[in-house]
Ligand binder design. Structure first.
Ligand code: ADP
Length: 410
């Protein structure tokens, strides 16, 4: 009997979810423990699918397969040009499946469907093509040490790489990490965020179709403190790359140092200021400030969440920002008229609302928004505070939600 089809808060049909298991050595497999976890549609709060819950044992298995593929497999041994050709095929497959992939990030992460389909997915394919082109151009240098001696440097793949991915850009960050890793001839284990595991599993399927050999690209879905920690502390992972919160970045660096001292790349949080002077084009500055604070519902590490406006244009800026916020539409992320979908999950939703409460109780003036909206799901109104002071929590912490803090300067 067919299940009744699920719908988002705006009535859009939820896409079919084809891949929910771990991808290890070219096969979709259950977690060793048999455990699964729920991934939620943030437009409704309803369960989208149950996904395999990988843990240390699954990470061990995936790393072993990546190690075998690195030590004995063809990927690091084939020419860069051959690797590039396979990566190009993957890029084409991504373009062909843009609609389906965008629907997955939309329903899993509350991201705007049209933005993912027309901006992010094409950028993922572009990123792959860029690194595909670089795969046969990985050169060393010849160094003249003295009249009798020369030295040379040789760039070699580092080995097995661990990638830990956050939920705000599940596709883009997957390919920012995976593409150069593939080009260099490394093998890898990817741990997507537990909030948004679906597109990564689809990419694993496409990678196999493109001809990426088994064991090169493994995807282990699961939670951070279990699967993520097992990856960052693994003795046989040669390098770890992490994008996410500053707090977890510290844990990853610590785990890497305490295990095998693997090199670490961290891309962490921020609290980026915009500084707008009296001579600015105010309309344009208001538009840019709105975009930088509310784009991707503020779930972005480079969100312009502290806006410093010079006193000569401050009042005009405030007035125009309030007007513009009214035309910023919050709703079902499949709707092309909508500017902002729901926060990724209940935890983030509650966290952002609690920051808004902090702002109010600390004495900032609430200009627009300030509360949840919609009958269900994790929607928050675009919120603007004025009269924000430097020492308020909303001016200090990364909120990761649609909250703009306006501050006046002389
Ligand atoms: P956020 O706080 O924005 O949710 P996190 O930094 O917690 O982001 O998550 C980013 C990624 O890091 C996710 O894939 C998550 O599962 C993973 N993660 C969380 N905790 C740990 C940990 N202790 N060790 C390794 N990875 C972790």
């Amino acid at each position: 009997m067919g299940e009744e089809c699920k719908r988002t808060s705006g009535g859009h049909e939820v896409p079919e979810i084809k891949f929910t298991k771990l991808f290890i050595n070219g096969e979709f497999v259950d977690a060793v423990s048999g455990k699964t976890f729920e991934t939620i549609d943030p437009t409704t709060g309803e369960v989208l699918a149950r996904v395999a819950e990988g843990d240390k044992e699954d990470i061990d298995l995936a790393v072993k397969m990546a190690r075998d593929a690195f030590d004995c497999g063809c990927w690091p041994r084939m020419s860069g040009s051959q690797r590039g050709k396979i990566m190009m095929r993957l890029a084409d497959l991504i373009d062909q499946h843009a609609e389906e992939l965008a629907a997955l990030d939309c329903v899993d992460g509350g991201k705007l469907f049209s933005h993912v389909k027309f901006l992010e997915i094409p950028k993922c394919a572009e990123c792959l093509r860029y690194f595909a082109g670089a795969a046969d151009k990985i050169h060393g240098e010849t160094l003249k040490m003295s009249s009798e001696m020369q030295a040379y440097t040789l760039r070699e793949p580092v080995g097995v790489v661990g990638h830990i991915i956050p939920w705000n850009f599940p596709s883009t960050l997957f390919f920012y990490k995976v593409s150069p890793t593939l080009a260099a001839g490394c093998t890898m284990v990817v741990k997507p965020a537990e909030q948004t595991p679906l597109s990564a599993l689809f990419y694993a399927h496409l990678a196999k179709q493109a001809g990426i050999p088994d064991g090169v690209l493994n995807v282990v879905t699961g939670f951070g403190p279990t699967a993520g920690a097992a990856l960052s502390s693994h003795m046989d992972v040669d390098k770890i790359s992490f994008t996410g919160s500053t707090e977890v970045g510290r844990l990853v660096m610590e785990a890497a140092a305490k295990s095998n001292l693997k090199p670490v790349s961290l891309e962490l949080g921020g609290k980026s200021p915009l500084i707008i002077f009296d001579d600015a084009d105010v309309d344009m500055a208001v538009d840019l400030a709105r975009m930088s604070s509310f784009y991707n519902k503020g779930e972005i590490c480079v969100a312009g969440s502290r806006i410093y406006v010079q006193e000569g244009i401050y009042d005009e800026f405030v007035r125009k920002s309030a007007e513009k916020a009214k035309s910023w539409k919050v709703g079902d992320p499949f709707d092309p008229q909508v500017n902002q979908g729901p926060q990724v999950d209940k935890e983030q939703f509650e966290k952002v609302l609690s920051y808004i409460e902090h702002g109010k109780s600390a004495g900032a003036t609430l200009l627009t928004g300030g509360k949840a909206c919609g009958e269900r799901g994790y929607y928050i109104e675009p919120t603007i505070f004025t009269d924000v002071k430097e020492d308020m929590l909303i001016a200090q912490d990364e909120i990761f939600g649609p909250v703009m803090s306006l501050m006046k300067f002389k």
